[in-house]
Structure formats: C-alpha cells, structure tokens
Ligand binder design. Structure first.
Ligand code: ZN
Length: 457
C-alpha cells in the first residue's frame, strides 16, 4: 500500500467529536475528514463531506484529534528503564550511573529500541516525533534509527546529537563515549545531505543537536549553528534543566544558560531547547523575542526532581512551547497523551488551578509542537495540512461519565491507547493494533537486548 498515491482517498466520518485545532479552534460534532493521498482536502460535519472513498473509517463513538507531536526523546533509553542505580538520583548523578551502560550500545539496539519507543508513542496518540541520539559507540549511527522510523511509518525529526568534552576535559561523560568535533560536524553534514527532506509533508528531517552545554565545547556549539543554517535545518539541545545546570553554566562560561545560548547564536525560530525548567525572566523574554522554542518534559522534570518549568509565564510572553516525553530512562513511560495530562497537572501544582486548561494543554501538544519543530503542515486538521490524526474510544472505562466534554476527558482522565492512528494518510493503527510492525516480536528482541545491555553479558 502506498502512502502517497494521490489517487487514493480516505473518508473519516461520524466522529463523536472532531477537534481541529484550526484557526478558529473548531470542535465539530459528528465530524469527519476527506483526504487525498497524504493531504487533508475537507473538514466538517460528516453530512457535508463526499460519501465515498477508497478507504472509509467510521469513527462513531470516537474523539478524533490532530496527531500529537513529541519534541524531545532519547529512544535508545527504552532499553534502560528503571535501572536500579539510576532510580533515585538527580540529573548529573543519573547520567553518571548510566553512561557506562550506554557505552555498550550496538546498532541493533538502536534500531530495535527506536521501534519500541515509536510503537509506544504511536499507541499513545503521537504521529510526529523527534529523537535526540547523542551517543555512538560500537559503530552505532543515526541511520539505524532513521531506517527503523521509516519501517514503522512515523513522521520523524532525527536529531544528530553529540558529546565531545569527556571527564578528562572537565565534562560529564566518560572519555570513551565522546567523539572528535571535526568528525561530529562531518557526520552531521553527511546525514543532512543523505536524508533531510524540507518539503511540505516531509516524513524525515535532520536536526543538528550537540547534547548539552556540559558535554560539548563552545566551538562545537557555534559551528553546529553555522552548519545548520547553511542547510536550513533546525538546532536542538538541552538547556537550563536544573539548578546544577545553571551553576555549571555560571562557573564554566560566566553566564546564565540563556545568555550562553544567545552568545552562541542558539536562538531563533529554527532552535528549540529541551526542559528550560530554570529559564529566568531574561531568558523568557529572549526566547519570546527570537521565537526560540522549548520542549517541556513534565514527567522527566518530576522524575529527576528538576523543578516546575514556568510554562504559564513562557506562554504568556509568547515563547513557543511543545511537549516531550524525554528519554525512557528519566520518564520510564512514553505516553504522549499522558504527558499532556501531566503538563496540565504540573502547571497547576506550580501556579494554581487556572494555570492551564485542557484545551491549552492539547494545543501545546499539537500546534505548539509543530511550531517548535518549525513546521506549518502538522498540528491541526485543516485543508492543506498532512493527514496525521488519531482517534480515542469514548467507550473505554477511563472515559465513563465524561462524555459531556470529550476533549477534556482525553486530557483529564486516565490516559488510554488510541483506537486508530493515521500518519501521512496511511493507517498505522487499526482497532488498537499496530499495523506496520510485528510488535510482540519487536518487544521480545527489545527485552533480550535490554538484558544484554544492562547486565553487560
Ligand atoms: Zn533529554
């Protein structure tokens, strides 16, 4: 089955509620979509749409929403969930315990963990994901995740991470897992040339993404920005994650993380930073003025006790904010719809019951994520946008008693898995089952590899 055959039509009809996230934020009862190839042609009440198509999806009893956008992840970490030595530390302690394990990663581990992570994301409502892979031991390459993503059928922003400052140079990672800066830049350029697709509806984009200010040099940050802008690709890193991160920045660079980012040229609509839990007032104003994006990862921030990101304040100032599940070693779960719920709950813990509504939380996970990834073709269901949408079943016990506001039910109630997922016009989940890969087989291999990796045998 071809996902881009322009002759192929898809009709979605009878959705109990169709949430568009379009310019008017329309929520359409008995709604539907008419799709040709990978693009949405019409959106509206079912009776206003063409009645025939090559494929018809009857969404009675379902809530249909735009596919969720995950802006921060480290998919290989699905192999190292709940590692005992890393269960109870803060960021730097957690990293120091995990680096030696990650040093044993193999290309097969990257491929299989990417499919596992993507399966989990897709089943939780996500259709576009970024992945930040920054450790390349034993012949691992970003190509391993790119091929895995194509097979499962997920829209993918593959971020070429890197680490170059090892412990002997005052950095955090062991010397054995860092790369030479010239090699990092050369490899990033190769990946852009081999894989980056800037077109409308692109399924694959490359991002230049040194891991963090505490694992690469100032020169690499600067040169990465020059390279990215030469090719028109985005930039991504971790920034201002917790108080130790701020202390490191002040001590090593004599600046706050936001000042450092500005000094390096790491601001703009083509840049997004993960976490920003400790972004100060100057940083928030800087990010708003320059259109610099933030990947907010509430579960990870709670897991590592990093704090509560000032998302309410960022949004009020106009900072683009998307959501990220972050790596599975610091969240241990990768439910995108669950992350939407946590984003809402955590803002309320920090800033009061009116700090975030269900509709705003869902907007951050759709339109917000699209903006952070610098895209205008995903995040809403409207003519001309790509056909990325998911359906949740209101018949699930989790939503019982909540049908009077189905959108709010998706956010407030216990997260469930999707009934249907369509990515780029292709049905990827049907009746709750992943249609593109043999998931039980992937998981069996994943668990063998996880054992091998963590036990070192
Ligand atoms: Zn991260």
């Amino acid at each position: 089955m071809s996902s881009t055959n322009p002759a192929k039509t898809l009709l979605v009809k009878n959705a109990a509620l169709l949430v568009t996230m379009d310019g008017e934020r329309r929520e359409i009862k008995n709604g539907g979509l008419f799709i040709e190839g990978n693009l949405i042609k019409q959106v509206g009440p079912s009776e206003t749409l063409p009645q025939h198509a090559d494929v018809v999806l009857d969404m009675a009893g379902k809530v249909v929403i735009p596919g969720l956008v995950n802006t921060h992840h480290h998919m290989y970490q699905s192999l190292t969930r709940v590692v005992p030595a890393a269960q109870d530390g803060e960021l730097f302690n957690w990293l120091t315990n995990l680096y030696p394990i990650w040093a044993r990663l193999t290309p097969e581990m990257i491929a299989v963990s990417t499919q596992t992570a993507m399966a989990e994301l897709i089943l939780s409502g996500c259709t576009t994901s970024s992945d930040h892979l920054y450790i390349y031991p034993n012949g691992c390459k970003l190509d391993d995740s790119i091929h895995a993503a194509a097979e499962i059928g997920m829209r993918f922003h593959a971020a070429r991470g890197s680490m170059s400052v090892g412990q002997s140079q005052g950095g955090l990672p062991p010397d054995s897992v860092v790369e030479k800066e010239a090699d990092i830049l050369k490899e990033s350029q190769r990946l852009i040339e081999d894989y980056h697709d800037a077109s409308h509806g692109s399924m694959r984009r490359i991002v230049v993404a040194p891991c963090s200010p505490f694992s690469v040099s100032r020169d690499l940050m600067r040169e990465a920005a020059v390279l990215a802008r030469q090719y028109g690709v985005s930039l991504h890193t971790h920034l201002a994650e917790n108080v130790n991160d701020i202390a490191y920045s002040r001590e090593k660079f004599g600046m706050t993380p936001a000042e450092y980012a500005e000094d390096l040229g790491w601001v703009g609509h083509d840049v997004w930073h993960a976490h920003c839990v400790q972004l100060d007032q100057h940083g928030i104003e800087l990010f708003a003025r320059t259109g610099t994006g933030v990947a907010h990862c509430p579960c990870s921030n709670m897991r590592l006790a990093s704090g509560i990101a000032p998302v309410r304040k960022m949004r009020d100032h106009g900072v683009p904010v998307g959501l990220g599940v972050d790596g599975s070693a610091s969240n241990d779960g990768a439910s995108m719809i669950g992350e939407v719920r946590q984003a809402l709950l955590l803002q309320r813990v920090g800033f009061g019951p009116d700090a975030m509504t269900a509709r705003e939380a869902l907007e951050i996970a759709t339109l917000g994520g699209a903006k952070v990834l610098n895209r205008n073709d995903i995040g809403a269901l409207a003519p001309g946008m790509v056909a990325d949408f998911v359906a949740f079943d209101l018949g699930h016990v989790a939503y019982a008693g909540g049908h009077h506001d189905p959108l709010a039910a998706l956010v407030f109630c216990t997260p469930t898995q999707v009934h249907t997922s369509v990515i780029n016009g292709r049905v990827v989940v049907k009746d709750g089952q992943l249609a593109t890969v043999d998931l039980p087989r992937v998981l069996e291999r994943h668990n063998q590899l996880a054992h091998q990796l963590v036990s070192g045998t």
